[in-house]
Design a protein around this ligand. Structure first.
Ligand SMILES: Cc1cc2nc3c(=O)[nH]c(=O)nc-3n(C[C@H](O)[C@H](O)[C@H](O)COP(=O)(O)OP(=O)(O)OC[C@H]3O[C@@H](n4cnc5c(N)ncnc54)[C@H](O)[C@@H]3O)c2cc1C
Ligand SMILES: NC(=O)c1ccc[n+]([C@@H]2O[C@H](COP(=O)([O-])OP(=O)(O)OC[C@H]3O[C@@H](n4cnc5c(N)ncnc54)[C@H](O)[C@@H]3O)[C@@H](O)[C@H]2O)c1
Length: 459
C-alpha cells in the first residue's frame, strides 16, 4: 500500500492548493472526473460557472432585440447556431481541463489517480483496486445534482446541468423542474435562443431564497418570457409518444416537451466518499463538518467547498482552499475562514445579486433595521435606459448605520453589488460610504449611492 504525505480528493478548488511550497511533499491527488466525459478540474470550469456564463453572453445578445425595440433600434433575432456556440465554448474549456490534468499528472511530486475514492478506515482510502494511506487529507469532493423521487424519472432522459450544455441540438421545447439558480440561468439561456420553456415550481416564486421583493419581481419578469407553473404537483414522468417527455401533473394535466431539465439542488459528495468510515462526521444535510480552520472532526483531515459548505459557490470554495493551503503550510499559525458576508449573483435576465440578510430575516431576528428601495429609473443612467423594472434594496442597522444586506435586481447587478460587499466587509457606515467618496456621473453605481442616501437613520 502506498503512503503519501498529503492526499487531496477533488480537482476543483482542491487543485489550487498544491504550488511550489509543497514541492518537498509526496502528494496523491484523486479525481474521478466530472460530467459525461469524466473531465478533470471540477464543476466550475467544466459544468458550472464558466460554461454557463459563456452561454449567458450569447443569450443576452439573442434577447437584445426586445430591449432595442423599446429604444427605437430595430434588431431581429434570426437564430442561435447551437452547435457553433456549444463547440466554441467547450473548444475553449476542454483544453484548459486537459492542460490542467497534464500539468498535475507530470508534476514530479504528485501522483494523479483518476478513479473514485472512498474511505475504508482512518487515514486509508480505496482508489480503484488499490488502497493508499496519507498523513494528511484534504476533502474537496464537491457536490452533485440531486434527482427528486418522481415516479418514472429514471425511465426518461432527465438532463441536469452536467449534460444539458452539451446536447446535440436545441430542442423546440423544454420543461425545467426547480426554480433556483440553475433554473433561472438556463430558463434565460434557452428561452433567449428560442426554446419554448416551462418552469415547474414547488412554491409560488422563482429564487425564493432571495429577498421577497426581488424574488417576486424576478418571477414576474421571467414570466414574460417563459411559462411558469407555481405550486406544480408532479405525479409522474413518462417518455413522450414521439420522443421527449410527458410530465403528468395534478394541477395542469399533462405537459409535454422535447427535453427535461432537472434543477432541484445539489447534494454534498461526502456520503459517496464514505467519510464516516474514517470517523469524519457529516451533519444532517450531508455536509462534512468543519471548524473555522476548515478542520474536520478527524485530526489532519481538512475539507473545503461544496462538500462542507451550505454556500455552494466557487468564491467560497476558493476562499476555503486558500485557508486550507495556509493551514497545511503553517499548522502552528492557522488562519480562520471568513464567512461573514458571502455574496452571490444569479446570471439570468434580469441579473440578481445579493449579500447579507433579507428584510424577512431582519424581521425574524427582531433587528432594529431600516431599508430603502431605489429604482434604476431614479438615477441618471437608469433614467436614460428608461428602466422601470429594476431596483436596488439596502438594509441597515438603524443605530450603527452598518449595512446588513443588499439586494439588486437588474442590469450589471453582479458588478454593482461589489462596493456594498466591500462596505460590509470593512464596516463602513452607510452615509459615510455614500458621502465619503465621489460617484461617477452619470454611471450606474449612482444607484448604490442613492440607495444608501435613501436610508433613514435616527440622527
Ligand atoms: C450549472 C452551475 C453553475 C454554477 N455557477 C456558479 C457561478 O456562477 N458562481 C459561483 O460562485 N458558483 C457557481 N456554481 C457553483 C460552483 O461551481 C461550485 O460551488 C464549485 O465549483 C465547488 O467547487 P469544489 O472544489 O467544492 O467542488 P468541485 O469543483 O465539484 O470538485 C470536486 C471534484 O471532486 C471529484 N470527486 C467527487 N467525489 C469523488 C470521489 N469519491 N472520488 C474521486 N473524486 C471525487 C469530482 O469529480 C470533482 O472533480 C455553479 C454550479 C453549477 C452546477
Ligand atoms: N450563479 C451562481 O452562483 C450559481 C449558478 C448555478 C448554481 N449555483 C449553485 O448550485 C446550487 C444548485 O443549484 P440549483 O438551482 O440546482 O439549486 P437551488 O437550491 O438554487 O434550487 C433548487 C430548486 O429546486 C426546487 N426543488 C427542490 N426539490 C424539488 C422537488 N423535489 N421538486 C420540485 N422542485 C424542487 C427548490 O424549491 C428550488 O427552487 C445552487 O444552490 C448554487 O449554490 C450557483
Amino acid at each position: 500500500m502506498r503512503h503519501f504525505d498529503l492526499c487531496i480528493i477533488g480537482s476543483g478548488s482542491g487543485n489550487t492548493i498544491v504550488d511550489e511550497r509543497f514541492a518537498d511533499l509526496n502528494i496523491a491527488m484523486i479525481d474521478q472526473g466530472i460530467g459525461p466525459d469524466a473531465v478533470f478540474g471540477g464543476t466550475c470550469l467544466n459544468v458550472g460557472c464558466i460554461p454557463t456564463k459563456m452561454f449567458v453572453l450569447p443569450a443576452d445578445l439573442a434577447n437584445s432585440p426586445y430591449e432595442a425595440a423599446r429604444l427605437g433600434v430595430d434588431l431581429t433575432f434570426n437564430k442561435a447556431d447551437w452547435p457553433a456556440i456549444r463547440d466554441r465554448i467547450f473548444g475553449r474549456i476542454d483544453p484548459i481541463s486537459a492542460g490542467g490534468e497534464e500539468y498535475r499528472a507530470t508534476a514530479p511530486n504528485v501522483t494523479l489517480y483518476r478513479e473514485h475514492a472512498r474511505f475504508v478506515g482512518p487515514g486509508t482510502v480505496q482508489v480503484g483496486d488499490g488502497q493508499l494511506t496519507a498523513d494528511r487529507f484534504v476533502i474537496a469532493a464537491g457536490s452533485r445534482a440531486v434527482l427528486p423521487e418522481i415516479p418514472g424519472l429514471d425511465a426518461v432522459t432527465a438532463h441536469t446541468s452536467d449534460t444539458v450544455m452539451r446536447i446535440d441540438a436545441l430542442p423546440q421545447s423544454m420543461i425545467i423542474i426547480g426554480g433556483g439558480f440553475i433554473a433561472a440561468e438556463f430558463a434565460h439561456i434557452f428561452s433567449a435562443f428560442g426554446v419554448d420553456v416551462t418552469v415547474l415550481l414547488r412554491s409560488d416564486r422563482m429564487l425564493r431564497h432571495e429577498d421577497d421583493d426581488v424574488s417576486v419581481r424576478f418571477t414576474e419578469l421571467m414570466a414574460e418570457r417563459v411559462r411558469i407553473e407555481p405550486h406544480a404537483r408532479i405525479r409522474r414522468v413518462d417518455p413522450g409518444e414521439t420522443g421527449g417527455v410527458v410530465v403528468r401533473t395534478s394541477h395542469a394535466g399533462d405537459l409535454t416537451a422535447d427535453l427535461l431539465l432537472v434543477a432541484t439542488g445539489r447534494r454534498p459528495n461526502g456520503d459517496q466518499l464514505e467519510v464516516t468510515a474514517a470517523g469524519i462526521d457529516l451533519d444532517d444535510q450531508g455536509q462534512v463538518i468543519v471548524d473555522k480552520y476548515q478542520r474536520t472532526t478527524v485530526d489532519g483531515v481538512f475539507a473545503l467547498g461544496d462538500v462542507c459548505s451550505p454556500h455552494q459557490l466557487k468564491h467560497v470554495a476558493n476562499h476555503e482552499a486558500r485557508v486550507v493551503q495556509h493551514n497545511l503550510l503553517h499548522p502552528d499559525a492557522m488562519i480562520e475562514s471568513d464567512h461573514r458576508f458571502i455574496p452571490h449573483a444569479v446570471f439570468s435576465d434580469p441579473q440578481v445579486a445579493a449579500v447579507g440578510i433579507t428584510e424577512a430575516e431582519a424581521i425574524e431576528r427582531g433587528i432594529d433595521y431600516t431599508a430603502a428601495v431605489q429604482d434604476y429609473g431614479s438615477v441618471a443612467y437608469g433614467w436614460a435606459m428608461e428602466d422601470s423594472r429594476h431596483f436596488a434594496k439596502v438594509i441597515a442597522d438603524r443605530q450603527t448605520q452598518q449595512l446588513l444586506g443588499a439586494h439588486i435586481i437588474g442590469p450589471q447587478a453582479s458588478s454593482l453589488i461589489q462596493p456594498l460587499i466591500q462596505a460590509m466587509s470593512f464596516g463602513l457606515p452607510a452615509h459615510q460610504m455614500a458621502r465619503g467618496q465621489y460617484w461617477i456621473h452619470p454611471a450606474l453605481p449612482e444607484l448604490v449611492e442613492n440607495a444608501l442616501l435613501s436610508l433613514k437613520f435616527d440622527d
